[in-house]
Design a protein around this ligand. Structure first.
Ligand SMILES: C[S@@+](CC[C@H](N)C(=O)[O-])C[C@H]1O[C@@H](n2cnc3c(N)ncnc32)[C@H](O)[C@@H]1O
Length: 217
């Protein structure tokens, strides 16, 4: 099962790593990363509050490290994974400025091997950019890397109207598609939706961002 119908997507004409190389090259030239968010993911604080103490966290596709560094500041032992060296450099610099440490991993998420499961997995914007042939491998890894009582946080684009199907950018998936994709092993325990604004014309004005908090069933 694929989480989402494809919009007319740059995925179809460009390998995913090339797309990110272009974004990071523009960032080096002074243009902010298009997905930049100053605030950390909304579920990180509530999840931390449910636990006696923070444990281990894996930030999948950490980007510039806003979420990784926030988790480290909350006391989590954070592994920050990205297949772009520049992302890890930005994350390490952010961590240094904040006076915390994170463990960087330069790897494709579907190729990295790791034997120690994590208490928290976070994916803010990786899955919806992933090519379809890798999605099954991604799901296998999420299930393998998540502790039995672990939390999995996902942020994924969602269409708001039919016109959105003609737009570019990352893949859209509905809430029911994503819940089905991770079932039966994971269940959604919290969901929130953000109506995104101010996106470029080529991406379109219609989309929403779904924020998911999954746990093992
Ligand atoms: C949309 S950005 C989001 C970055 C960050 N999570 C955030 O919220 O700001 C997606 C990130 O995932 C990384 N990425 C995409 N596909 C990946 C893969 N298959 N393996 C590892 N990293 C990947 C990209 O390099 C990029 O930094």
């Amino acid at each position: 099962m694929h989480p989402g119908k494809a919009a007319v997507s740059v995925d179809t004409i460009m390998q995913e790593s090339e797309k990110f190389q272009a974004h990071y090259a523009r960032e080096k030239g002074g243009k902010p990363l298009p997905w930049h968010h100053a605030e950390p993911n909304r579920f990180l604080d509530p999840i931390t509050e449910t636990r006696d103490k923070p444990g281990t966290a894996l930030d999948l596709g950490c980007g510039s490290g806003v979420d990784s560094v926030h988790l480290a500041e909350l006391g989590w032992r954070v592994t920050s994974l990205d297949f772009m060296q520049q992302a890890l450099d930005m994350t390490l610099e952010r961590a240094r400025e904040a006076g915390v440490t994170v463990q960087p991993v330069l790897a494709d998420v579907t190729e990295w091997d790791n034997d120690s499961p994590f208490d928290l997995l976070l994916d803010s914007g990786l899955l919806h950019n992933m090519s379809r042939d890798k999605i099954a491998g991604y799901r296998d890894r999420i299930l393998r890397w998540l502790q039995p009582d672990g939390d999995f946080v996902l942020a994924h684009w969602e269409s708001r109207s039919d016109s959105d199907r003609l737009r570019g950018g990352a893949r859209r998936a509905s809430r029911s598609q994503l819940v089905e994709f991770f079932a039966p092993e994971l269940i959604e325990c919290r969901f929130e939706r953000l109506e995104a604004e101010g996106l470029p014309e080529r991406v379109g004005p219609d989309l929403s961002v779904g924020f998911y908090w999954f746990r093992r069933s």
